[in-house]
Design a protein around this ligand. Sequence first.
Ligand code: COI
Length: 363
Amino acid sequence: MAFDFALTRNPAPATPARLQEILADPGFGVHFTDHMVTAEWTHDAGWQDAVVEPYGPVTLQPHAAVLHYGQEIFEGLKAYRHEDGSVWLFRPEKNAERFERSAARLMLPILPAADFVSSVTALVEIDERWVPSAAAGEYSLYLRPFMYASEAFLGVHPAQEVTYRVIASPVGPYFATGAVEPVDIWVTTTYSRAGAGGTGAAKCGGNYASGLIAQQEGYAHGCSQVLFADAASGSLLEELGGMNLFLVTADGQLLTPELSGSILEGVTRDSILVAATELGLTPVERKIELAELFDGLASGHIVETFACGTAAVLTPIGSFRDEEHTWAVGTGSIDHTLAIRTYLTDVQYGRRPDTHGWLTKVV
Ligand code: COI
């Protein structure tokens, strides 16, 4: 059954003056729109019709399963306003497919991709005024669909009652440094993000919770993100705390760790691999040793590196650090990173033809 949205309008939406104030400096994930989407699922009845309702606190029993066992998944995608005022989603079906895979891994019910896309669309439509204007620069409306075990039961089993919601937040750059300022990356040798057979390829809260301690270690050393190696050998690059990683070599290769089963299959990652070929780079997905990264940085073979994700877009990396070393990246040129970044953001904001059919018009 496809969702049919019942609408309850927010009786006290943000005033135009307040909205203007927020959109002038949205930050990241600080402000939320007037509405949210909610749908409930039960084992016996399946998905119930979704509602678009006022954004606000949600209630859970203290013994709701998600609070104890972390049965939860989420997604992140953005709505972009083009110069003609129209609003578009970037590859929402890719997020929908990943949400299905994450749900399967976490024993949550499958939300059909069409319902995922229609729920996101319904929220963007009703809260369209929250999508920052094209003139604002690189601002957008960040959409956060998520699903959790709302069943009130302390036994450990796949939840029989589940809640799906979508919330939306107008956003600017993810990193406090700004949109394209290089960030420094902490290389943790103490902690792993995910292991073989674990949940690393799923977008679930637990992956992020388990990474916080390493991220904190990075903050303490002046870094903005943490790089994890694989859990088995500790010698292979995997990904950053909340984003994928790319390296550019002096001979024009664009390297990224292959999908090992414990790496998140990023939508931005996938789009970059497509864009790279058109920009004259050779995309390569393979195993990459940490030693290869460090040696390549030292020898100058690796000339640029960057982090990527929906939130981070493409953010250049200035250095990698551990307890004893700092490896500076390249000579300060970030031309390749900027070229790929511009390619993607130009498609997203409608400044470049969408030759791959990546955009879906909402308004
Ligand atoms: C995203 O890029 O959408 C993410 O989920 C990353 C998160 C750290 C904000």
